[in-house]
Design a protein around this ligand. Structure first.
Ligand SMILES: *[C@@H]1O[C@H](CO)[C@@H](O)[C@H](O)[C@H]1NC(C)=O
Ligand SMILES: *[C@@H]1O[C@H](CO)[C@@H](O)[C@H](O)[C@H]1NC(C)=O
Ligand SMILES: *[C@@H]1O[C@H](CO)[C@@H](O)[C@H](O)[C@H]1NC(C)=O
Ligand SMILES: *[C@@H]1O[C@H](CO)[C@@H](O)[C@H](O)[C@H]1NC(C)=O
Ligand SMILES: *[C@@H]1O[C@H](CO)[C@@H](O)[C@H](O)[C@H]1NC(C)=O
Ligand SMILES: *[C@@H]1O[C@H](CO)[C@@H](O)[C@H](O)[C@H]1NC(C)=O
Ligand SMILES: *[C@@H]1O[C@H](CO)[C@@H](O)[C@H](O)[C@H]1NC(C)=O
Ligand SMILES: *[C@@H]1O[C@H](CO)[C@@H](O)[C@H](O)[C@H]1NC(C)=O
Ligand SMILES: *[C@@H]1O[C@H](CO)[C@@H](O)[C@H](O)[C@H]1NC(C)=O
Ligand SMILES: *[C@@H]1O[C@H](CO)[C@@H](O)[C@H](O)[C@H]1NC(C)=O
Ligand SMILES: *[C@@H]1O[C@H](CO)[C@@H](O)[C@H](O)[C@H]1NC(C)=O
Ligand SMILES: *[C@@H]1O[C@H](CO)[C@@H](O)[C@H](O)[C@H]1NC(C)=O
Length: 435
């Protein structure tokens, strides 16, 4: 009896220690109906959680490696994303949805130290649902410019009220690198990617805030890292562009935004609110640094959207170019989807560095799946982030043949178009290329 009690206490304490500690490093929550046509008074909603954790968090049993990503190991953050506001409008489970993620990326670079995972859950919910779901606990990582070791809070509005066009809404989707490196005291323009399955929606991002009685989510949206970037940072909402200068080297700056979709540019209330929280890191370049940062080159343009079938293995070659003889790519930082496996880096010819990502999309991964990558050299110079979206279950030729507008190869400066299949769109700020 006593030993059972001791064991129980031991397990409870282990769980506590897994939840408390400076381990949070950001994330994204989004959702969409499996079918946006109304049938009856409920609908199935696919909810996506993605979180970045401190790889070197003391309560993780071992430092993760790519082997854990290959094995699709579960990240043991034993907690729940719960309903935070207007909960009586829905049947969202009162215990919440688990936050135990499947590993998608593990980055051992001493500056990055991130363990990333994602998770999907499907709930059948009434169309009366108009709730805020989120995950708040302690604590943020240490080493932040603002908010070190504070409470984290990340929240999403899940509103199933019918859109003016009579359909069920899908929230915007986004992705980011967990850590984006910039030189200290250099002015930076950083674009956060945003897209939406509802092709004609007007997307705007804004700062997350703690005004829990007045903001759209009715909760503190960002915990200790509200206003986590330097004062004077400018955010242009309609293209989600940040402009800033990082003042202090060797610290991390937490960024918390909400991406919101409006039915049109004249609508006054958004239909959903997707949080995106991630880090910038400022460094002083070393004496031998190259004047030019690496870049990701290759067949696929940044922000390409590619239709892919189920079950066939894809080999995506990510190629970085360097510009000085002494410039060595030491890391490809990534934010991937479940099942994507990252090769070691090879250097087949001078100035060319390659990582291959292999992935066999599963039936359960129907819809948009994405990967972002950035190459880092041995002076901490990081390439611009490169992100692509796969539309699983649709082959590009099919999309382009039947419903692309405009048809054919989409030029680099084409920003407004939509590709409509039965149900999915690659729209707005994403570009399309054939496979
Ligand atoms: C969505 O549901 C409607 C009505 O039941 C059905 O006609 C349509 O085929 C479904 N669409 C998809 C993509 O399953
Ligand atoms: C949904 O419809 C079913 C059957 O038509 C009914 O029994 C149920 O009470 C309705 N639920 C809600 C939340 O309106
Ligand atoms: C990660 O992989 C290592 C080595 O294979 C293993 O010891 C460890 O338990 C794995 N971690 C998880 C969370 O599965
Ligand atoms: C974990 O790594 C981060 C860098 O990503 C570093 O700032 C922090 O001090 C490390 N923490 C521990 C406990 O080693
Ligand atoms: C709460 O949910 C009800 C039912 O869907 C909705 O009418 C109301 O606008 C919601 N309130 C807030 C503050 O979201
Ligand atoms: C999480 O949010 C809820 C609702 O706003 C609040 O009651 C609770 O205190 C928060 N928890 C933490 C740890 O901040
Ligand atoms: C920051 O950069 C500006 C020019 O861009 C320079 O004048 C200033 O001296 C720099 N400050 C520091 C502390 O390096
Ligand atoms: C975002 O819009 C602003 C204002 O029109 C413009 O100056 C800026 O260049 C745009 N950003 C990007 C990345 O296009
Ligand atoms: C990807 O690579 C694997 C193994 O190298 C190979 O069997 C497969 O045919 C390749 N797939 C494509 C689409 O190139
Ligand atoms: C980067 O690596 C190259 C090759 O190993 C080396 O020559 C160079 O000095 C390194 N640069 C820095 C800044 O460490
Ligand atoms: C990648 O590199 C690590 C360490 O150098 C090595 O242990 C591993 O076998 C390599 N993996 C592959 C697929 O070559
Ligand atoms: C778009 O790019 C093409 C060629 O790349 C150029 O001919 C065209 O003028 C550009 N259009 C606009 C609106 O900039």
């Amino acid at each position: 009896m006593e030993s059972i009690l001791c064991l129980t206490l031991f397990i409870l304490c282990t769980l506590c220690s897994v939840i408390n500690g400076s381990h949070f490093r950001g994330g994204i929550i989004s959702w969409r109906p499996l079918n946006n046509t109304v049938t009856g008074n409920t609908t199935q909603i696919l909810i996506h959680q993605k979180y970045f954790w401190a790889r070197n968090y003391s309560s993780f049993p071992n430092l993760c490696t790519e082997a854990n990503v290959t094995a699709q190991a579960l990240i043991p953050i034993i907690s729940y994303m719960i309903c935070l506001a207007n909960c009586s409008s829905s049947n969202y489970p009162s215990v919440g949805l688990s936050t135990i993620m499947t590993s998608t990326d593990c980055d051992a670079n001493p500056i990055i130290q991130t363990w990333t995972g994602e998770r999907y859950d499907t709930l059948t919910m009434p169309l009366t649902t108009s709730i805020t779901i989120g995950f708040n606990s302690s604590s943020w990582m240490i080493g932040l410019y603002i908010g070190s070791s504070g409470i984290y809070s990340i929240a999403n509005r899940l509103n199933l009220a019918l859109r003016p066009d009579g359909l069920i809404n899908s929230s915007p989707i986004t992705n980011t690198l967990p850590v984006v490196l910039y030189q200290r005291n250099v002015s930076v323009v950083h674009v956060v990617q945003m897209a939406d399955n509802d092709a004609t929606d007007y997307l705007v991002c804004r700062w997350s805030n703690s005004a829990s009685t007045t903001n759209y989510n009715r909760v503190n949206e960002c915990g200790s890292i509200c206003n986590g970037l330097p004062a004077f940072t400018v955010l242009i909402g309609f293209n989600c562009t940040l402009s800033f200068t990082l003042p202090t080297a060797n610290v991390y700056y937490a960024c918390a935004l909400q991406i919101e979709d409006y039915f049109s540019s004249t609508s006054t209330t958004p239909m959903s609110s997707v949080p995106i929280q991630f880090l910038f890191y400022a460094f002083n370049p070393s004496a031998g640094a190259c004047a030019q940062r690496p870049s990701i080159i290759g067949a696929r343009p940044n922000r390409a959207c590619i239709g892919v079938p189920y079950g066939a293995q894809l080999n995506e070659t990510i190629i970085a170019q360097t510009y000085c003889p002494s410039q060595t790519i030491v890391d490809f930082i990534t934010s991937s989807s479940i099942g994507m496996i990252h090769s070691n880096i090879s250097n087949p010819s001078s100035g060319i560095w390659i990582m291959t990502v292999t992935w066999t999309p599963l039936l359960s991964q129907f819809g948009p799946q994405s990967i972002c990558a950035g190459a880092i050299d041995n002076s901490s110079l990081q390439s611009a982030p490169w992100c692509i979206t796969y539309l699983v279950g649709y082959e590009s030729p099919y999309l382009i043949k039947y419903s692309a507008s405009p048809v054919g190869i989409i030029s680099q400066n084409q920003t407004i178009f939509s590709i409509q299949s039965n149900f999915y769109y690659c729209n707005g700020k994403i570009r399309v290329s054939t496979i």
